[in-house]
Design a binder for this molecule. Structure first.
Ligand code: ZN
Length: 301
């Protein structure tokens, strides 16, 4: 009897530790699976009501839509603009979308709806000229030349210096004149602000992204790669890794990294509302029994 007590205690202890271990791994697992669960979001009551009432009219084109119009980039009648959050961003965002991309499926519109004065959407091949601005603009694109968010400033500076050196390579100029140009350029480089002011995203399927990316107007831009994160997108492309993010996720994660790695400030959910529509639609699809594409379309558009 005297021996049995410590043994059973020990067993119980072991069981407990196992239980704790399982619980912990389950929590991490859930959190990792659904990063949309702990966001600081505005009330989604307006979306719940709109979803119950079904489609309503776009205030601009009159088209029948759910939540927002994906061609006019405005919320529908049932979703008053005052009731959706307004997100302030630390820099401008350009989104270049492929003309073949189905508008209704794109999440790029979410950014335009929630941060209208910071976001511009362009349809390829009508895109802005970035040539003179390449010391303050970068393109999110994963590739061998991409740099991480925290190194953006360093690389923009290097780029700006290189372009000045490139201009000075003209050896036909008389040496005195050349020296003057060098001094002038050096002063220019001191004045040149290499702070990132605009970030460009490509909104399209993977194959189309490559076509846009190889456009020479984008080739001069610094390429930035995001940290690896898994997508929660319900329209996840078959055969693509689950790290291939939807556009709104890419924008959101870029901003979170920008905030901590470049602004050096603690992230307190400032940009979470960019996922206002995304997290709601994600929840709808998760709750639906058969989350096929047909169902998804019915629920969200
Ligand atoms: Zn419309």
């Amino acid at each position: 009897m005297s021996l049995s007590t410590p043994i059973s205690l020990k067993e119980r202890e072991e069981d407990n530790s196992k239980f704790v271990e399982i619980q912990q791994s389950q929590t991490t697992c859930i959190a990792a699976e659904d990063p949309l669960q702990n966001l600081c979001l505005a009330s989604q009551e307006v979306l719940k009501k709109a979803q119950q009432n079904g489609r309503s009219k776009c205030v601009k084109c009159g088209g029948s839509r759910m939540f927002y119009c994906y061609t006019c980039y405005v919320p529908v009648e049932n979703v008053p603009v005052e009731q959706i959050p307004h997100v302030k961003l630390p820099l401008k965002i350009d989104i270049i979308k492929h003309p073949n991309e189905t508008d209704g499926k794109s999440t790029a519109v979410h950014a335009k709806l929630l941060a209208p004065e910071f976001v511009n959407i362009y349809t390829y091949p009508c895109i802005p000229e970035y040539e003179e601005k390449d010391h303050e603009v970068a393109l999110v694109f994963p590739g061998p030349k991409s740099v991480s968010v925290k190194d953006i400033s360093f690389h923009l500076q290097k780029k700006s210096q290189n372009s000045i050196r490139g201009k000075n390579d003209d050896l036909d100029k008389p040496s005195i004149k050349r020296k003057k140009t060098e001094e002038q350029n050096l002063n220019d480089s001191k004045c040149k602000d290499t702070t990132l002011k605009k970030i460009v995203f490509i909104d399209s399927t993977w194959n189309q992204t490559n076509k846009i990316f190889t456009d020479e107007r984008l080739q001069g831009l610094l390429q930035v790669e995001l940290k690896t994160r898994k997508t929660c997108f319900w329209r996840h492309q078959k055969g693509k890794p689950d790290t291939f993010l939807s556009t709104i996720e890419a924008i959101y994660y870029f901003l979170v990294d920008y905030h901590t790695d470049i602004l050096k400030e603690k992230y307190k959910g400032q940009y979470d509302n960019l996922l206002f529509f995304y997290s709601f639609m994600h929840q709808l699809i998760k709750n639906a029994k058969c989350p096929g594409d047909k169902e998804t379309r019915k629920l969200t558009h």
